[in-house]
Design a protein around this ligand. Sequence first.
Ligand code: 5AD
Ligand code: FES
Length: 353
Amino acid sequence: MTLALSHAEMVRLLGLSDPAQIEDLRRAAYDRATATVGDAVHYRGIVELSNRCALDCYYCGIRRSNLAIERYGLDRDEVVEAAMFCAEAGYGSCVLQAGERRDEGFVAFVEECVAEIRARSLSERLPRGLGITLSLGEQSLDTYRRWRAAGAHRYLLRIETSNPALFASLHPPAQRFETRVQALDDLRTAGFQVGTGVMIGLPGQTLDDLAADIAFYGERDIDMIGMGPYLHSQGGAMPAAAMMAKDPLLFLGLKMIAVTRLALPTLNIAATTALQALVEDGRERGISFGANVTMPNVTPRGVRRNYQLYDGKPCLDEGSLECRGCLERRVIAAGRRVGWDEWGDSPHARLRL
Ligand code: 5AD
Ligand code: FES
């Protein structure tokens, strides 16, 4: 996919600091979103089905070596019930996310959940059933094929950063950049629509890196993007001082959404929860900078607190119904409407079909 902007132009836009110029960028990205992906914002209800994780990413609050949190795993009925809430609430699709595990028990568990959700969600309202996105990390091609055959059709796997040296500074040596890239290729081979994304404002990350991240999305022919600010996590292994100051971080995150929208206009781009961890209206601001997807939390309230990838995660005490109404107000405040009952695949992905 060719980019509509040059590297130098992307770097320049990401570096804007004058409020009037940032507003021009926002307006241009918002208008481009209206023209290419339309005025609907699509919901994906996110089910955080387990915080057990075999990995040890230095930034992440549910990393294996964080012994301070209670580990949980929802059972099949709980996962299916949360997904059925999405179907009934008109969300059109859900995301099943968890810490990374590759054991056969987990792979088979996910397979069963996916098949049951697809079968049970078929209705007049959802003639194709609920759309299912998975966000379950690096797996073998065989596992991806099984999950695709069970009925999931989109997969989110963030590259975290397209700079291999920066990637290496965020992960133990066993977690390799090349393997992550290979997994993105395998997802495509298995027939998924592929989503990726990065963390914004990482220690040592430059504007050149961020522009290269957008180029990476284009080169890998990515269908959807989920990216957000890097936030400190108490359970992680990085110093609190490594996090950028809130205001510049928020604006860098918003500019990154806008520049991605202008460079790759037909992708789905999420206004991620991490934006709302920085400021109360972070998600509506993401939408007003060109995002067209948002992910209401539908995880049972009792365990939400134990799925904190970063500090300050919002919506810990709200129930799924409260988030539904709250997020609709946020979408409307950003001048958009909710794309109820739709899978909401990106125009880019639809072209591939
Ligand atoms: N700050 C921001 N995002 C984070 N993630 C994990 N930890 C953090 C953090 N401290 C993101 C990663 C991962 C996704 C599931 O959550 O990008 O891919
Ligand atoms: Fe969850 Fe506002 S989005 S309560």
